[in-house]
Ligand binder design. Structure first.
Ligand code: COA
Length: 162
């Protein structure tokens, strides 16, 4: 039986923290589907196509990982992907409360789908997409947190917004 897990998020943009979670998840699951949420409420800096494309670029050579955009409920997306697991990354203890709430709500809606948590590797324990964007906007060095191609796209987009 092929074990398929989804890894959902906004990925605005994808960071090395997200990449690390995906790479570790591959040790546990046969296939990972990265679900790029439209997250309209968050008013993302990169539009959905851009976020999707960045993930496709980063994982172009990883054939057990695919990328799909989604809107609507996470559990509906999981079912569409034939996934019975949702992967979430835990960084600091502050993530815990929200993540338990999310997992609990998703379990009530879809008891057949489990949420599995992976802890972030130490260098990425404090990374978030919005902090990376803010530091980059203020000309700080974020190269250790981003794949070189993502760094290039972020730098370009910030230039265009000046
Ligand atoms: N490394 C680096 N950063 C990480 C990370 C990691 N391992 N894990 C999370 N982050 C960051 C993200 O980049 C994001 O940063 P930001 O807020 O600065 O942009 C932040 O932590 C929060 O990430 P996450 O919890 O994944 O939120 P999200 O907005 O990326 O995704 C969804 C949330 C899409 C999973 C959730 O909103 C959802 O399920 N939506 C679908 C609608 C639905 O079903 N709702 C009902 C749920 S019960």
């Amino acid at each position: 039986m092929t074990r398929i897990a989804i890894y959902p998020g906004t990925f605005d943009p994808v960071t090395r923290g997200h990449i690390d979670i995906c790479q570790r998840a591959l040790k546990v699951f046969d296939r990972i589907v990265i679900g790029v949420a439209d997250s309209l409420a968050k008013q993302p800096f990169f539009n959905l196509d851009e976020r999707f494309d960045m993930l496709e670029t980063v994982f172009a050579d990883t054939d057990r990982i695919s990328v799909r955009p989604f809107s609507g409920l996470l559990i509906d997306f999981a079912r569409e992907c034939n996934a019975d697991v949702i992967i979430r990354g835990l960084r600091a203890i502050s993530d815990f409360e929200y993540e338990v709430q999310l997992a609990g709500m998703n379990r009530s809606l879809a008891p057949e789908i489990e949420t599995v948590f992976l802890t972030a590797a130490q260098p990425f324990a404090f990374v978030s997409s919005s902090l990376v964007r803010e530091i980059a906007r203020l000309d700080g060095d974020v190269s250790e947190f981003l794949h070189p191609e993502i760094l290039r796209r972020l730098t370009d987009k910030l230039q265009n917004h000046k």
